[in-house]
Design a protein around this ligand. Structure first.
Ligand code: AMP
Ligand code: MG
Length: 323
């Protein structure tokens, strides 16, 4: 077997030089490596190798029409895989490395399976030294969706990756807890104006400083296939606490546990309170996975304000609750 000399499959490795060299070799040999980024953990394979990319879809149970993001080292590398344009380049200069994924028309070199049969491709330079070293050492663009089973909350630690994917991945590199905790912002930069396809680490306000951004967030599933699939869901029911629907806490509706920034009504439930939107984002997926084992019938999540990273938190919670 190709990887037997690397020790146990699905094993967690400290990010040493030796680990990086082995990880790069695994990727060049069509294997799968889970690695840390500043957003969440990614499940990486050679983006130019259709067979390797198919393994990502299999390992995650991911629908074939949900395209993957190419992780590259810099703007010059991005330009090998996409048709560049001035506003895309401006955004790259401002936000890379960082949690901004930019969708552009694809070059033919990128296999169709990687981009979910679309004419576009999504690109990002992550802001994490382990990820950057891995891309550099591999010498290839790394296709990497979040390293969780499709539909589940995204992983923010190496341990969660192992629990979710285990033997389906050849190596997991441990880089500690993901600092941001929610995925990158995905924007479509193929048109006159930028469209936000998925809110994330780079906020609307930050983008609007640099370029014109289309108002609202279109549920445009033809342009962003990922948005139509169930995602981020814990294994028990989840309900959202909006401005005034406090009746969802009534005991007749069943026992609950809670996460959010506001104090919920009195009760003996398990409650996780965050002091800031950043902390809410950082802890969100991890706490959802903990609360699904809290013994209550359902999770109640506080829907935060819509500004800054709050927009990304709201997006994940609304989708976790089934839209
Ligand atoms: P994940 O890496 O699992 O967080 O998901 C990647 C996200 O990027 C999904 O929402 C995809 O739909 C989106 N995406 C990737 N490639 C494209 C593309 N070519 N066009 C539009 N959205 C894309
Ligand atoms: Mg994902």
């Amino acid at each position: 077997m190709l990887l037997s000399s690397y020790g146990e499959m699905g094993g967690i490795f400290a990010p040493t030089r030796d680990t990086l060299l082995r990880a790069a070799e695994i990727i060049r040999n069509s294997g799968l490596v889970a690695f840390p980024t500043e957003t969440v953990y990614g499940l990486g394979a050679n983006a130019l190798d259709a067979g390797a990319v198919r393994k990502i879809f299999e390992a995650k149970g991911r629908p074939q029409d949900n395209p993957l993001i190419l992780h590259v080292s810099n703007i010059r590398e991005a330009s090998l895989y996409a048709d560049m344009n001035p506003s895309a380049e401006l955004l790259m200069q401002h936000f890379w490395p960082g949690p901004l994924t930019i969708v552009l028309y694809s070059s033919d070199i990128v296999p169709l399976v990687t981009r979910g049969n679309l004419e576009t491709v999504a690109l990002r330079v992550p802001m994490n030294q382990i990820a950057l070293d891995l891309i550099h050492e591999t010498g290839l663009p790394i296709a990497a969706p979040s390293a969780n089973r499709s539909g589940r909350p995204s992983p923010t630690t190496a341990e969660i990756v192992r629990n979710d994917l285990g033997l389906a991945v050849d190596m997991i590199i441990d880089g500690g807890a993901s600092p941001i905790g929610v995925e990158s912002t995905v924007i479509d930069a193929t048109g006159e104006k930028i469209t936000i396809l998925r809110p994330g680490g780079v906020t609307r306000e930050m983008l609007e400083h640099i370029v014109d951004v289309e108002a609202g967030s279109p549920a445009n599933t033809a342009r962003s296939p990922g948005t139509k699939h169930k995602h981020y869901s814990p294994s028990i029911d989840i309900r959202l606490w909006k401005d005034d629907n406090t009746e969802i806490f009534s005991e007749e509706m069943g026992s609950w546990c809670y996460l959010g920034m506001r104090q919920p009504p009195e009760g003996n439930a398990v409650k996780v309170i965050f002091r800031s939107l950043d902390e809410y984002a950082h802890e969100l997926f991890h706490v959802l996975r903990q609360l699904e084992r809290c013994g209550a019938k359902r999770i109640i999540a506080d829907l935060p304000e819509e500004h800054g990273i709050g927009e990304a938190i709201r997006n994940r919670l609304i989708r976790a609750a089934g839209g």
